[in-house]
Write a protein that binds this ligand. Structure first.
Ligand SMILES: NC(=O)c1ccc[n+]([C@@H]2O[C@H](COP(=O)([O-])OP(=O)(O)OC[C@H]3O[C@@H](n4cnc5c(N)ncnc54)[C@H](O)[C@@H]3O)[C@@H](O)[C@H]2O)c1
Length: 361
């Protein structure tokens, strides 16, 4: 089993990664669960039928367990679903000695974590991620929901008590979800670790390459990168913002395409390529955009989809997405692999680049 500990200002928690861990939650998390009043599993309508009862069985060896499901996908990160979850917490008589189990992908981690962060001013929760993307979202303690005007605009920092990653559960993911998760792993390599990036470029060139058993050590490597950044900057006062590489345009693409049309990772992949083009345009870097684009395309990312949308609509979405200052739009740019920087870029420059398809510009 891969295991490491994350230490933040007030918290310390273990991340466990292996096959089959969902059957052993009682033994793996005994010190966290024992003596608690009740566990509430929050999952979605797709994941719970696949794995929910196995997780419940494992937990029920230690404490009473209830469960609730929300609609699958991004639509669950809404104020309405959040209110319903609070109602369930009240009806199930959860108290501060109870615990929430987030069983699902990034959406469930975010909304179940936010419910845990705010119910009775905060109760503990355990992340049991089920998507590849959740190697990124399950650590770091960012929780939240969307507002109709923008993504993740309502949220809280609330660290989990543990992250138990049973990568057996990834076998039922769709190809689109594998791709989505891998984009965040590429992001970790681009912003932090040139050797890891080189390894990924050598070993992962198709969708099937992502699914190979070596994914276990890559997941660990990616989660460690995120953990190291979060440990240094828990509340995103500085370097944690580098994790937003690809997200300025990525979030805008998700919004403009209608949440759910493009996966989060597909949108982030397009956003990373755009940020590299922008870095070149601002003469901060000399990325071979054709080469980078070819890698993204070979794996299966829809790299040109950005040009299907109105530049003005994308810019408007970026303005609303916590990314605007009086001087322009804020991007994470890359001088080279492992050297990210934050820069505010004039909207005119962003607009020009959104209109131009040629890769090397
Ligand atoms: N908090 C953070 O630090 C952070 C970081 C990155 C992304 N996020 C958030 O994560 C969300 C995206 O996460 P996601 O891509 O995991 O989305 P998701 O949770 O919606 O999962 C994607 C789809 O896969 C299904 N699914 C999940 N696990 C499955 C399994 N094992 N087998 C079959 N189907 C399964 C889900 O039902 C859903 O339909 C976004 O809302 C994004 O904002 C948060």
């Amino acid at each position: 089993m891969e295991k490491f500990t994350i230490t933040t200002t007030n918290d310390q928690y273990d991340v466990l990664i292996d096959y089959g861990l969902r059957h052993q939650l009682d033994t793996l998390c005994r010190s966290i669960l024992e003596g608690r009043k009740k566990a509430l599993i929050i999952s979605d309508t797709k994941v719970y039928p696949l794995y929910g009862e196995e997780v419940k069985k494992s937990l029920a060896r230690l404490l009473p367990v209830a469960h609730v499901t929300v609609p699958n996908g991004e639509r669950a990160k809404s104020l309405e679903v959040y209110r319903d979850l609070l109602t369930t917490c009240i009806e199930e008589e959860l108290d501060r000695n109870s615990i929430i189990i987030a069983l699902g992908g990034g959406v469930i981690g975010d909304i179940a974590g936010f419910t845990a962060a705010t119910y009775m001013r905060g109760i503990p929760f355990i992340q049991v991620p089920t998507t590849l993307l959740a190697q990124d979202s399950s650590v770091g303690g960012k929780t939240g929901i969307n507002h109709p005007l923008g993504k993740n605009l309502i949220g809280a920092f609330h660290q989990p008590s543990a992250v138990v990653y049973d990568i057996d559960m990834l076998q039922t993911l769709s190809d689109k979800e594998w791709l989505s998760g891998f984009a965040e792993m590429m992001k970790h390599a681009y912003i932090q670790d040139p050797n890891y990036l080189a390894w990924l470029k050598e070993h992962v060139n198709t969708l099937d390459d992502i699914k190979k058993p070596s994914i276990r050590s890559s997941i660990r490597r990616s989660m460690k990168i995120k953990a190291t950044i979060v440990e240094k900057d828990e509340k995103e006062a500085g370097i944690r913002a580098f994790l937003n590489f690809g997200h300025t345009l990525g979030h805008a693409l998700e919004k403009v395409s209608g949440y759910g049309e493009l996966t989060h990772g597909e949108a982030v992949a397009c956003g990373m390529l755009f940020a590299m083009r922008l870095s070149n345009t601002l003469q901060l870097s000399t990325w071979d955009i054709e080469e980078e684009k070819a890698w993204f395309q070979a794996i299966g990312y829809p790299v040109d989809i950005v040009f299907q949308y109105e530049p003005e609509a994308l810019i408007e979405a970026m303005r609303l997405d916590k990314k605007r200052t009086s001087k322009g739009l804020t991007f994470v740019l890359l001088k080279k692999a492992g050297e990210p920087m934050i820069q505010t870029v004039k909207e005119t420059i962003v607009r020009q680049l959104l209109q131009r398809k040629e890769a090397s510009s």
